[in-house]
Design a protein around this ligand. Sequence first.
Ligand code: SR1
Length: 321
Amino acid sequence: SPAASVPAKFASGDVKIALVRQLSSGDYFEQWLAGAEAEAKALNVTLQISSGDGNNDKQALNLEQAVNQKADAIIVDHGFAQTVQPAIKKAADADIPLVAFDVDPGTPKAVALSQDDHQIAEQALGALKADTGGSGDVIYVYVAGFAPLDRRNETWTKFKTDNPGIKQVAQIGVVNSSTASAVADQAKAALQANPGTKAIFAPYDEFAKGATLAVKELGLQSKVKVYGADISTADIGVMTEPNSPWVATSTTDPSNVGRVAVRAAALLVAGEQVDPALMVPPALVTQQQLRDGKITNITQLTQAVPALVTPDVAHVPWSAS
Ligand code: SR1
């Protein structure tokens, strides 16, 4: 069928979407932004980007500002419910369309976008179970309060109940501007305190990179394997290094998720219907698969796993992308 005509406000380049981020450093957030920017360009939308850089009060102020400036739509990218929900309510009261990625908006007027975090944890833990036979000491990396990590934690909690042979011997975790190196320090201490550890469940790529570094620095690659989440070209390099302990990750294509967020916001600006809960499915990516397929970057990965690109999630009828 012929493509729908471009709404006038988009054709004239008058659409402004505020992107209000909690975090911006690290591979995941950089790729996500690149996807959001590419989609904004394709849709002739101006993206007004701010980041709290981990400062929740700053993110809340940035969000207040986006509401006061009457952006055509707002995307809230991560954040803690208690710091962003008051301003999200103001946006809803002012009828400003809003997409909340990885944070509970607290109002049904906003579109809630997430990755399927339960599936992310299930896929990574499925690999861990297959490799360990369902028993052994495991170090877990987690920080409470981040919605995606909290959902993955629900799956981990159930997994431990369902697999009594799996013993969590330590919980570590930090999210800051140098997450990977902070987690590496913590993981080294946890590994030294728990010499029987067989696996580290680290469901965020900065966690997995830190865990991998710790295992390598202690020379434990043959004993301890890492099961992570997310992927980037740099992560593919880490996973496929000779003797790398990072053997599996469950992931979306982060740049695809950024694209989906902008498409959903654009649809709302155009008055189109959008599913109130959008979810992007992940795929399990293993070290073996990357090596066998000679995959060295994200472009090659999305060619090998086309399901990582989801053009039908928040499809924009007037756009070719
Ligand atoms: C600190 S939260 C990090 C997570 O946000 C996104 O959901 C990514 O998948 C990442 O793991």
